[in-house]
Design a protein around this ligand. Structure first.
Ligand SMILES: Nc1ncnc2c1ncn2[C@@H]1O[C@H](COP(=O)(O)OP(=O)(O)O)[C@@H](O)[C@H]1O
Ligand SMILES: [Mg+2]
Length: 242
């Protein structure tokens, strides 16, 4: 059985069709990349799954349970966590307190603060932020803030981790580190990952499968190699610019 089934999902904002009749499934343990130009509907897809916005039509099923109409905290408790493209730390809280908050409110919520702190420090260690634990979150570099987004999502104890452009704006060496972190986390937590990146390159080596959105429609789905030479993808990416 697939972990996530998206069935015929559409979302409009006023007159704007952000997503139209999107259907796909994600198997347990897969890394599925989501590609598409700015405005293609990628972030909206995560918002629908995570309960931050409601679809106008369609179904979303995780491990046999409908996500439709559930609030974000319920979706989180069921084991789906997202990061935000525009990072959203509690800027005045320390890095540690940000992650502890996620532990305390997540799926694996701990009953005591002491337990939550142990868990949060472990996550920070795994993500390479241990030395920043006592610093205010707002003082982190961009790379640090992207890591903190991943740490907060991970600390909620997800089965499905949704990463929204966590490599955008990073230097090539920071991108390499982030890719290594994602691979390591996937293995140690047996995660299923949906990952949005603007740039094809970063997704090619990481993803088992890639989905391409274009103006709210799904124009391709397949292995990275197949998608990279799909005529509709080339037209959308290169044709428009050529
Ligand atoms: N809350 C919103 N209200 C109105 N329009 C929105 C909202 N969120 C997204 N949109 C619009 O929906 C389209 C898809 O946006 P988005 O999902 O953020 O694209 P992507 O993440 O692929 O860049 C864009 O045209 C965007 O302006
Ligand atoms: Mg986006």
């Amino acid at each position: 059985m697939s972990l996530l089934d998206i069935i015929d999902v559409s979302k409009s904002f006023g007159g704007l069709q952000a997503l139209q009749d999107i259907s796909f499934s994600v198997e347990s343990g897969e890394i599925v990349g989501i590609m598409g130009a700015n405005g293609a509907g990628k972030t909206t897809l995560f918002s629908l799954i995570a309960g931050h916005a409601r679809p106008n039509k369609g179904e979303m099923i995780m491990a046999g349970q409908s996500l439709k109409g559930l609030r974000p905290n319920r979706v989180c408790r069921l084991g789906a966590a997202r990061t935000f493209q525009i990072v959203r730390p509690f800027r005045n809280l320390t890095v540690l307190d940000n992650v502890m908050t996620a532990v305390l409110f997540g799926r694996d919520h701990k009953s005591s603060k002491a337990e939550a702190e142990i868990r949060a420090r472990q996550v920070l260690d795994e993500i390479g932020l241990a030395e920043r634990a006592d610093q205010a979150a707002g003082t982190l570099t961009l790379s640090g803030q992207k890591r903190l987004e991943v740490a907060k999502a991970l600390a909620t104890g997800p089965r499905l981790l949704m990463l929204d452009e966590v490599m955008a704006g990073l230097t090539p060496s920071e991108v390499k580190e982030m890719l290594a972190v994602i691979r390591r986390l996937k293995d140690s937590y047996e995660l299923t990952i949906l990952i949005i990146e603007h740039v094809m390159q970063a997704l090619m080596g990481l993803s088992d499968r890639i989905i391409v959105l274009h103006h709210g429609e799904m124009i391709a789905e397949g292995t990275p190699a197949a998608v990279a030479k799909d005529p509709r993808v080339l037209e959308a990416y290169i044709g428009g610019a050529a």
